[in-house]
Structure formats: structure tokens, C-alpha cells
Ligand binder design. Structure first.
Ligand SMILES: [Zn+2]
Length: 397
């Protein structure tokens, strides 16, 4: 059950726990950092990780992995299967970590990157997003695809029912941006912001089907996207329209055909979130994070209004150029949070040069009533940054 009242958590990759040894790693988290909650990466995207204290892999390459093996009956609902990381050495790998955390009475939430996965995209090319020209986006699965949605739900069921997690922290549960996960990190030339947005639209069979179900004919839009992007790419970049891909532009773009398609995409993603939230609620767990104010954001592609009534925590953040602005913004965030959800905040200890700067942020949040604090990835942190966390433990204890 999700910890109420107060908690101190940290994001952590399973390999950092098992490379160091579960007991030794957890002793550091408990004794040095004073923490009592894990945000355990259960499915993570491709990256090259630099891990300053890791005794076995100071550098680790990963192409996108899930840190478990498929066991739950819900996997029958999809042809996709999780692709285990090379550190997953037995079927009990994740259970050993979770059981050790529970023996310490720690909370366990699973951090799950759903659709942004180079390895899944390679294994299941038919599940990828497809641009208007028919090119597959080889790092992002499409949330309209029934097998992808089945994969999402099976993964949630596996984590919450097989391992008994307190919640799911989601990333990439909707559509990916066009340039998300480009093969060498970037494209040259980089298309204009509006062309990037258009290239990020998915026209796979599942998306076309959903548009038609909503009464649209998506093919004229797809042609218009191709013509618009191709015409721009043929011009010198100095002649490109470099205006922002904002709601005002999208509402009028391509003779008004774009916006209705975006509405369908928004509904596609929102209904998936609702299904995931229903699965989490069934076990008493929580789906997170969400900000304090619900909104339908068609451009981004998610309506958080139907999700807010079931939130258990809302995420607030510190922003502003000076202390007075930071306090005013945080106070405003907390004031607009729904009364049934507790505010939580994540601090990136690696973003601060000095303990006193991190202390200012942690103590501000504590003073305004935030008692759920979490910190950025354990394996990416240096020892002194972990010691800072322990020195600030009064914020949640
Ligand atoms: Zn699609």
C-alpha cells in the first residue's frame, strides 16, 4: 500500500542494486540516505549510463529492457513479450529485490517506460508508430495498437499482482515525438518545429481505424501532411516557417483537418491511461505522477480530468528565478492540488553544486507542507550527493 503522510524515496535501476549486492545497496539507502521508498525502474529506455560508484559496470549500455520475466496470465492478451535486461539472471530476479525492500518496510513503486523502446520496436515492427510517408518510428510503439495496449496492461498486472507494487510511475504511455530516440541522437537537418510535429503523427492501421470510428477520413489529412512536409524540406532552411507547433497553429493547420485528428489521438491515449489506472486501483495501488491541475491538452495528447478523482499523490515542482518566486509558485501549486491527494516533490540532487542549494529547495517544500520527497537516480549519483540526502532527512521523517 502506498505510504501516506510522509516518505523519502529514490529512483533506482535494478542493476545498481544487484551489481553492488542487495544488502549492501539497501544499507546505503537506509543508513546513509535515510530513505524508505523505492522508485524501482522495472522497464527502462535505451541509454548509455555512467555509474560513478558501480563496482562492476561503471559504464553500462542498454537498448531498452524490462527487468522481469513474463509470468502473469494477462500476457495471453497480447502477442508482445517483455525483453529482459541482461542483468535478469533468474525468474526470481525482481522478486529478490522487492522482498528485501519489504523486509525493511519500504514502499516499492515501479517506474515504467512503456512505449519508448528501441528493443521492442525492433522485435515488433508492426507495433511501431508510422509517419505520414509510411516510415516506421523505430523507437516508439503506438498506443492505438491493441497488442501494445495489451502489453501495457499485462506489464502493469505483472508488476502489481506478481510483485505487489504500491504504484506505477509512468513514462511514455502515449505517442512519442518524431525525434524521440533518433538513431544517433539527432537528425541533420532538423526539420522545423511544425514539420517535426507533423512527422510525429502516427498513421498506422490502428490509428486510421480509430479516426474512422470517430467519423473522420484520415487519408486526405495524411496526403496534406506529406505535401506540406515535402514542400518545406525542398526549400532552403532559411525559408522555413519556424513558428511554434502550438494550439493556435494546430487549430487552423492543413485547412482545419489536423485538430479533429489530434482530438482522436487525445482520446486514444486518455482511454489507455484510464485502463491502466483501473488496473492499478484494483490492487489498491496508485498511478502517478500527475500535476495538481486537471486539463484536456489535445496538443500534447492527454486529458487528465477523468484521472484526477483517483489520484493519491500529486506532483509539485520548484520553479522560479529567485527564492520569492520559487516560494510563490510552489505555494500556488499546492493550493490548487485536490484535497484527496498528497503533494509530492522530486529533487535532482545531481543538479546542485552545493548542499545548501539543495537544502533550500527541500526545506522550502517541507515548510509549505510537502512530506513526500524523492531523489534522482541512485546509480548516477556520487557518494557525497547520497550523503546530502541523508543530511536532509528531517524533511520526511
Ligand atoms: Zn498508430
Amino acid at each position: 500500500m502506498l505510504k501516506k503522510g510522509a516518505s523519502g524515496g529514490i529512483y533506482i535501476h535494478p542493476w545498481d542494486i544487484t551489481d553492488e549486492g542487495i544488502d549492501r545497496c539497501f544499507a546505503t539507502l537506509g543508513d546513509v540516505c535515510g530513505l524508505n521508498e523505492l522508485f524501482l525502474a522495472a522497464a527502462y529506455h535505451a541509454n548509455t549510463f555512467v555509474l560513478p560508484r558501480n563496482p562492476r559496470h561503471p559504464v553500462r549500455w542498454d537498448e531498452g529492457s524490462v527487468f522481469l520475466t513474463a509470468q502473469h496470465p494477462s500476457w495471453r492478451g497480447t502477442c508482445l513479450r517483455p525483453i529482459p535486461g541482461d542483468n535478469v539472471d533468474t525468474s526470481g530476479y525482481l522478486a529478490n529485490i522487492v522482498d528485501a525492500a519489504r523486509r525493511r518496510d519500504w514502499g516499492v513503486l515501479f517506474f515504467v517506460v512503456f512505449h519508448f523502446s528501441h528493443s521492442l520496436a525492433r522485435a515488433y515492427p508492426g507495433a511501431c508508430c508510422v509517419d505520414a510517408f509510411g516510415e516506421r518510428q523505430r523507437a516508439c510503439l503506438c498506443p492505438a495498437n491493441p497488442d501494445v495496449r495489451g502489453y501495457d496492461l499485462a506489464l502493469v498486472d505483472e508488476l502489481l499482482e506478481t510483485y505487489g507494487g504500491d504504484g506505477i510511475r509512468h513514462e511514455s504511455l502515449g505517442y512519442g515525438r518524431w525525434n524521440y530516440g533518433a538513431v544517433i541522437g539527432s537528425a541533420d537537418p532538423t526539420p522545423s518545429p511544425r514539420d517535426q510535429f507533423l512527422l510525429g503523427l502516427c498513421f498506422c492501421g490502428s490509428c486510421l481505424h480509430r479516426a474512422r470510428e470517430a467519423g473522420l477520413d484520415p487519408l486526405p489529412l495524411r496526403r496534406a501532411v506529406c505535401e506540406s512536409v515535402a514542400a518545406n524540406l525542398a526549400r532552403h532552411p532559411e525559408a522555413w516557417d519556424m513558428g511554434p507547433a502550438d494550439a493556435e497553429w494546430a487549430g487552423n493547420a492543413l485547412a482545419g483537418q489536423l485538430w479533429p485528428y489530434l482530438e482522436v489521438r487525445c482520446d486514444t491515449v486518455t482511454s489507455l491511461y484510464q485502463e491502466v489506472q483501473a488496473r492499478t486501483a484494483k490492487t489498491g495501488a496508485a498511478l502517478m505522477p500527475f500535476g495538481p491541475q486537471p486539463a484536456r491538452d489535445v496538443l500534447y495528447g492527454l486529458d487528465t480530468r477523468p484521472l484526477h478523482p483517483q489520484l493519491k499523490r500529486v506532483s509539485v515542482g520548484v520553479r522560479g528565478a529567485d527564492p520569492a518566486a520559487r516560494e510563490a509558485n510552489l505555494r500556488a501549486d499546492i493550493a490548487t492540488a485536490p484535497g484527496w491527494a498528497e503533494p509530492e516533490i522530486m529533487h535532482n540532487q545531481r543538479g546542485f553544486a552545493r548542499l545548501d542549494d539543495l537544502r533550500e529547495q527541500v526545506e522550502l517544500a517541507r515548510r509549505l507542507g510537502v512530506r513526500h520527497h524523492s531523489f534522482h537516480y541512485y546509480g548516477l549519483s556520487r557518494l557525497h550527493q547520497l550523503q546530502w540526502i541523508g543530511q536532509l532527512r528531517d524533511a520526511w521523517q
